[in-house]
Design a protein around this ligand. Sequence first.
Ligand SMILES: O=C1O[C@H](COP(=O)(O)O)[C@@H](O)[C@H](O)[C@H]1O
Length: 224
Amino acid sequence: MDFVEYPDREMMMMKIADQIGSELATMLRQQDRVSLAVPGGTTPGPIFDDLSAAEMEWDRVDVLLTDERWVPESSERSNTRLLKERLLTGKAASARLIPLYADAPRPEDKLAGLSATVESILPLSVVLLGMGADMHTASLFPGADLLAEGLSPKAPALLPMRAPTAPEPRITLSARVLNSALSKHIVITGAEKRAALEEARRLKDPMQAPVYAILSDATVHWAE
Ligand SMILES: O=C1O[C@H](COP(=O)(O)O)[C@@H](O)[C@H](O)[C@H]1O
């Protein structure tokens, strides 16, 4: 794992967007299509703002979430909504969205169709992940019902996930798929999350600290 510390959040968000933009542009010179998986939650919005203004052949880029909360886009908690409002706009409006949500009561109801589309674009080119102070990443939560399956080297691409600390059912890319990406970044902010990252490295146990499963070869970006 590489750890990069920035003087402030604004600078960090700009640098991450620059780096991801240039990685995608490089890969686009070698392949027809590339893919970018991004987190939801409260952290990545400014990165999306910067990336959506980047010059690129966005019509050759597939964009997906690392995980989704099973709520409709009308909900403030919808990660798809955030993605549409902040990333798939401006220059990036022509990117193709690979959905992780479809209208149905439970993720299991739509899992087969959503998984087939995700499978069709693997391996991922660039992955950006967030992390919670409880050491979850994507929707791989400590104590989640299908965590062991989601961490398995034989895991499917996409799994439903329910956790005592998550207010709604989730759907998440598995650690196998996240780790198969050509480039992996993790963005975290604040002292609490930095301490959580250190704790994950101390525990070395993805069942207690799921983020540990995707740390190897990742660049962790941190600002206070
Ligand atoms: O619920 C989620 O949480 C994590 C962390 O979110 P943050 O608000 O602490 O940045 C996020 O990475 C994940 O994609 C999201 O679904």
